[in-house]
Design a protein around this ligand. Structure first.
Ligand code: PNS
Length: 166
């Protein structure tokens, strides 16, 4: 089975990587779909940067590839010949939005089945937004994102090392 793991990945976190690794074990092929037309306030990383970081962290997974998509997710599912959409669930607070999204997608494309995977407990508090906020405020994000992503993030925000707290 081919599945799509869609998202903004601004930037990819250990939480995303956990879902990618586990899904890749179950699926024949996993396509990580990077959204190109996010209605979120402009992403910190360009599309090219987000794709490059994902390619880097997925390099060890032969059945995973990274593609960008714009427009409806269900159209991308069709275009890729996929049968499923993978979404990670961190906590009950994710459920309402995710359930709504799954139902909308199913109503738009009856072939697009959403499969929820529960995030590993050590990553349940993680999101790209929280990582960016912590990094911007000088906090330590070592346990949240891979080194390659951390260097890029700290580069973006104008610091190249940890800020010592007093
Ligand atoms: O990483 P995110 O921001 O949680 O990912 C959200 C994403 C990309 C899965 C969602 O915004 C999406 O599927 N957008 C594509 C537009 C679409 O299909 N909208 C209708 C269903 S919500």
């Amino acid at each position: 089975m081919t599945a799509i793991y869609p998202g903004s990945f601004d930037p990819v976190t250990f939480g995303h990587i956990d879902i990618i690794n586990r899904s890749a074990k179950i699926m024949d092929e996993l396509i990580v779909g990077v959204l190109n037309n996010s209605n979120k306030i402009s992403p910190l990383f360009s599309l090219e940067e987000r794709i490059e970081m994902l390619k880097d962290v997925c390099a060890h997974l032969p059945n995973v590839r990274i593609e960008l998509f714009s427009g409806l997710l269900v159209d991308f599912v069709n275009k890729m010949g996929a049968q499923a959409i993978i979404r990670g669930l961190r906590a009950v607070t994710d459920f309402e939005t995710e359930f709504q999204m799954a139902q909308i997608n199913k109503s738009l494309n009856d072939n697009a089945e959403t499969l929820f995977m529960s995030t590993s407990p050590q990553f349940s508090y993680l999101s790209s937004s929280i990582v960016k906020e912590v990094a911007f405020l000088g906090g330590n994000v070592d346990s949240m994102i891979p080194d390659s992503v951390r260097f890029k993030l700290l580069g973006k925000i104008g610091r190249f090392g940890k800020v010592e707290k007093v």
